[in-house]
Design a protein around this ligand. Structure first.
Ligand SMILES: [Zn+2]
Ligand SMILES: [Zn+2]
Ligand SMILES: [Zn+2]
Length: 307
């Protein structure tokens, strides 16, 4: 399923984000139907994240030659923390594809952990206001450490600006994008207009797809145009969020001095934040949109396609 993405300057920062997901029903706007919808989607993503996490650990253990659960290092406090050495040796094994045994590491095993992290981020985005939020949050950090540990989380300077792309860090920025549409909406179960006699479905109920999946009945946009996109604290589409946010020079400097980001070369740095314990969430919209600029962001004509 594709997504529409955009890149724009928000306040003082260059940001990129998803503002529409294509081919999926829109989450109900509010009320018990929304709560049920978010719980359903969130639990699916959380299960997927946990399943892939176990599989990723198993696949890595197979190549490293001992159970990863017994050797998996803990959180890293910063650049000088000795735990980082343990992570680095695992990363080195993964990078060179050679371990104590001469069996090369299957790249697919490394990809599993990345998919697990994406599912964990999605799960948290659905479950942030659910009683399961804490479990989703802990899962996000556990998988984030594995991915940050074995893949090395890198951030780069593009056209003189440091762009934060760390999935764990970005998941802690609690705001997203909301698109205004002018379009035609149909029932996601039967693809017919809700107001038509032919559609027997009620939004918020569930139905079983031809593939055997249980899905919620919701509004699906089949044709339409996007009028505008705004920065919001709580996007109706929970996955409409930023996947890149510029770090201001003073923020980058502070992170480097604090040891949570390490400069590794010209225009490149290693992020250790996803290996660390949680430092909390950013909920303040004004942190992103500087006062006075408003929250209206872009026109659809500047949008691009992602994936
Ligand atoms: Zn229907
Ligand atoms: Zn990171
Ligand atoms: Zn956290």
């Amino acid at each position: 399923m594709g997504a529409l993405t955009m890149k724009a300057t928000v306040g003082r920062r260059l940001c990129s984000g998803v503002f529409v997901r294509e081919g999926v029903p829109l989450a109900p706007a509010a009320g018990p139907a929304r709560v049920r919808f978010l719980r359903h989607e969130g639990v699916q993503q959380l299960r997927r994240a946990q399943r892939l996490h176990v599989r990723a650990q198993g696949e890595l253990a197979f190549f490293i030659g001992e159970p990863l659960s017994s050797t998996m290092p803990g959180p890293v406090a910063g650049r000088g923390d000795p735990t980082l050495k343990s992570w680095n040796s695992i990363a080195a094994e993964a990078a060179f594809g050679q371990v104590t045994s001469p069996t090369p590491i299957d790249p697919a095993a490394l990809a599993t952990s990345t998919r697990a992290l994406q599912a964990a981020v999605n799960a948290y985005n659905y479950l942030a206001d659910d009683p399961l939020a804490e479990i989703a949050h802990a899962t996000l950090h556990a998988i984030g450490r594995l991915v940050g540990g074995i893949h090395i989380c890198e951030i780069f300077k593009e056209d003189g600006r440091w762009i934060d792309t760390c999935p764990v860090s970005l998941a802690h920025c609690r705001f997203g994008l909301s698109a205004g549409f002018d379009g035609r909406w149909v029932c996601s179960a039967c693809q017919v207009d809700f107001n038509s006699d032919e559609c027997p479905h009620i939004p918020g109920d569930t139905f079983v797809t031809t593939a055997g999946e249980t899905q919620f009945v919701g509004s699906l946009m089949v044709e339409g145009e996007i009028d505008e996109v705004s920065l919001v604290a709580c996007p109706r589409e929970p996955l409409a969020r930023f996947f890149a946010i510029e770090m201001l020079p003073e923020e980058m400097q502070e992170a480097v001095e604090g040891g949570s980001i390490v400069l590794t070369g010209p225009g490149r740095a290693r992020c250790l934040r996803c290996l660390a314990d949680c430092t909390g969430f950013e909920h303040d919209l004004e942190w992103l949109a500087s006062a006075g600029s408003g929250h209206r962001l872009f026109k659809a004509s500047r949008a691009g396609r992602h994936e």
